[in-house]
Design a protein around this ligand. Structure first.
Ligand code: FE2
Ligand code: FE2
Length: 276
């Protein structure tokens, strides 16, 4: 049974700094990695982890080096796509030598697992917070879907191609999501679209596919749906996702503080309630 883990928006900053003077994003990623490793005996084997963008806050080489140092503790291989806080060439240099990293152009890749394929797409439009799929990336997606020929696919990218009701994020989502929706709607296999950018769990239909946004590994964008919202972050519980194939895609949200302690579903006065 094929399975992947999705992490998103770690926003690693230089050593000694807090993101936005508030968030210790590096410690949060360390905790997420440790939790994944601790969960693997319960949910594994897991083929791969993907990180759906905003690996760093400023896109500097030092931040990518710090990201890679933290992720080196992860017990499964991983791949990444860039987000609006990344810089493409610094990210590329940070992963030089990785077989999946493109030498030029968009950071797009694909991998075929036993039950489904995974396609990573680059939506970074440097200098802007919104995202876009350039003609090269759209052609890459069409080509890979033709190759996978109806096999279930997970498409991973940073910017969601749909609105969430959080106005500042909706202004900066994927600008040409219509192209993506048309391509996925024409695919004859099951497609699951997994995004980041909004730092909170959101699920909705996207054409004939399910689209979801994974929470960040540290802070959340505040759920404030007023038009004039002040665009703030909040320190809500963070997490990551497990996407797996059973008789269709199944996605699980796992808290980054997933505890080791567990308790049997039994109460002496009531009897065995183990089926709850
Ligand atoms: Fe982000
Ligand atoms: Fe983002």
């Amino acid at each position: 049974m094929s399975k992947i883990i999705q992490l998103s928006d770690p926003h690693i900053v230089p050593e000694g700094q807090l993101a936005y003077c508030v968030v210790d994003t590096a410690t949060a990623l360390v905790q997420a990695v440790a939790t994944i490793n601790r969960c693997l005996p319960l949910i594994g084997p897991v083929d791969l982890a993907i990180v759906t963008g905003d690996l760093t806050d400023f896109g500097t080489p030092a931040e990518y080096a710090r990201f890679r140092r933290i992720m080196s503790s992860l017990d499964i291989p991983y791949r990444v796509v860039p987000g609006n806080h990344d810089l493409r060439e610094n990210l590329r240099a940070g992963f030089a030598g990785e077989s999946w990293m493109s030498a030029t152009g968009g950071i797009n890749w694909d991998i075929e697992l036993a039950d489904f394929a995974v396609i990573g797409l680059d939506t970074l439009v440097e200098g802007y917070h919104h995202g876009g799929l350039d003609p090269e990336t759209l052609a890459f997606l069409r080509d890979r879907l033709a190759r996978f020929n109806g096999k279930p696919v997970i498409v991973g990218l940073h910017h969601p191609p749909f609105t969430t009701g959080i106005h500042p994020m909706d202004l900066n989502n994927l600008r040409n999501g219509d192209h993506l929706r048309d391509i996925l709607d024409a695919y004859r296999g099951e497609a699951l679209l997994v995004c980041g950018h909004v730092h909170r769990g959101v699920t909705r239909m996207f054409g004939s596919s399910i689209g979801l946004i994974a929470p960040g590994t540290s802070h959340c964008v505040t759920l404030d749906q007023r038009i004039e919202n002040p665009h703030t972050l909040s320190l809500e519980p963070s997490g990551f996702m497990l996407h797996e194939w059973r008789d269709g895609f199944v996605s699980h949200l796992i808290g980054a503080d997933f505890p080791e302690d567990r308790y049997p579903f039994s109460t002496p006065a009531i009897g065995d309630r183990s089926l709850q």
